[in-house]
Design a protein around this ligand. Structure first.
Ligand SMILES: [Zn+2]
Length: 480
């Protein structure tokens, strides 16, 4: 927990400093000043020198070097040593003040030594963020660029983020403004940052922020690096029948799984859906896009339950059971299209586990439905907590499960609480993690006070044990 908080703090620091500083440009030596370049900053223009301006002052073309520190800040240097800086991604350039010094990439050299856990973690986070950003960098600098149908030799090129990059044309390009920018991975180049180009940079800034925010959700910076990538990520990639997997992709889309289509929903930098692994799923290897899911073998135990003849006959009232199923199905059909929680799940109460998840059940010697929930035996009237933030999808008296609550946690994930003596929320309410939503009872098909507690993913009951003191983002583990 503490680690996650630190991680968040470290990420803020990383973002705030604007660390991303790629230096993959060519290592050609800088052109020597021939002494003819005039003081390029003489016009002091608070604007990017445009081609027309450069025509008026041809010496100003002699830009010998540049560097972008991120999507906002950067500088270029004229042959006479004068420096122009920008803070808005090259929309405006102004002469650097006397106190200006080139920002140094402290960590790039590895010279700095981390002392203390917080700093070590900050370093780790920074490396992970760099690796994530590198995976998302789609402009690879080459020797030349295609500018308005001409192949221009490049003196120095620098990818910044996503499809955005800068390149300085080599001497002799004849361009008024030889410092060029691309926002489409190098397909087209521009000598001026127009409002449209700047808007693309702002979009990329949001994406980068989303990636950093998402990185804080995973168990470690290393795991964040594994998870946040353009292709498929399975959280986790080894699972069991009855479990649920959170699936991530870098782009919007859908996923076909066991005859059903799951739409990926946007969240932070990725697109997600839950994938229920049914209890009857055959163990084996399943391909999911470029990802591989291993379903391992799991044995479920058998439980024999003896109930009164009167209770046994309850299960024969198929009309009421059918009506309830329709009610519950309708409630579960409306789930928020985003994650409604941002921290670990908790247990609804502390109690003795009387029936674990997935047991094969016989009632009075006859094979019944598998028990796709856990039963917690506690005294009548024990308060029940919401296991995480969410919305009340259903709070109603049902025939078999008695007084029942379904909480929507978003993306088709619900927690269910059954056999309550009292409902303390109503459908449509919003709840916070830890709120008391009702009291333990023995209503419906129940032999004594207990909480029947379940999770559902897209209408499939899934193992509640997966959610204890964790979040689905943390299901991704270091490989053994
Ligand atoms: Zn139960």
């Amino acid at each position: 927990m503490k680690r996650r908080i630190l991680l968040g703090v470290a990420l803020v620091a990383v973002l705030g400093v604007g660390w991303l500083l790629y230096d993959q440009g060519s290592s050609m030596p800088d052109a020597k000043s021939d002494g003819t370049a005039s003081t390029a900053t003489a016009d002091g223009a608070d604007a990017m020198p445009s081609a027309s301006q450069a025509d008026a002052a041809p010496q100003a073309q002699d830009i010998v070097d540049f560097r972008m520190l991120d999507l906002d800040a950067g500088w270029f240097r004229y042959a006479d040593g004068a420096i122009m800086v920008t803070e808005d991604g090259g929309v405006h350039w102004r002469p650097a003040g006397p106190d200006w010094r080139e920002p140094v990439d402290e960590d790039g050299t590895g010279a700095k030594e981390a002392d203390g856990d917080a700093e070590k973690l900050a370093d780790e986070v920074e490396r992970a963020i760099r690796a994530i950003e590198a995976a998302y960098t789609e402009f690879l600098p080459g020797e030349t660029i295609d500018y308005e149908g001409r192949q221009l030799a490049v003196k120095r090129a620098q990818p910044v983020s996503g499809q955005i990059g800068w390149a300085l044309a080599a001497e002799g390009s004849g361009l008024g403004m030889p410092l060029l920018v691309t926002v489409d991975g190098g397909q087209t180049w521009h000598d001026e940052v127009t409002a449209d180009l700047r808007a693309r940079m702002e979009e990329e800034k949001n994406r980068r922020e989303g990636r950093a925010e998402e990185a804080a959700l995973y168990g470690s910076p290393e795991l964040a690096r594994k998870a946040i990538k353009p292709g498929w990520t399975l959280l986790p990639d080894r699972t069991f029948p009855g479990d649920v997997v959170l699936v991530r992709h870098g782009e919007p889309g859908e996923l076909e799984w066991q005859g059903k289509t799951y739409k990926l929903q946007p969240y932070k930098a990725g697109y997600f859906t839950y994938l229920p692994i049914s209890r009857s799923m055959e163990p084996g290897l399943y391909e999911i896009g470029d990802g591989r899911l291993i379903v391992e073998e799991k044995e479920f135990k058998t439980q024999h339950l003896e109930v009164s003849k009167q209770m046994e006959s309850m299960r024969e009232n198929t009309e009421r059971i059918q009506a309830d199923q329709e009610k519950v199905g309708a409630a579960r059909a409306n789930s928020a299209a985003t994650f409604l929680f941002d921290s670990e799940f908790i247990v609804p109460l502390e109690g003795r586990l009387s029936t674990p998840f997935g047991y094969t059940r016989y009632v009075n010697g006859k094979l019944s439905n598998s028990h796709m929930a856990i039963d917690l035996a506690v005294p009548q009237g024990t308060p029940i907590k919401a296991v995480n933030d969410g919305g009340v999808a259903l709070a109603d008296e049902l025939y078999l499960s008695g007084n029942t609550i379904y909480l929507d946690h978003g993306l088709g994930l619900f927690s269910q609480y059954a056999h309550l003596s009292e409902l303390q929320v109503a459908a449509g309410d919003t709840v916070k993690k830890g709120d008391i939503i009702g009291l333990v009872g023995s209503t419906g098909f129940s032999t004594g006070p207990h909480l029947h507690f379940a999770f559902w993913a897209h209408d499939v009951p899934v193992n509640p044990d997966l959610f204890v003191e964790t979040t689905p983002f943390q299901w991704l583990k270091e490989s053994a």
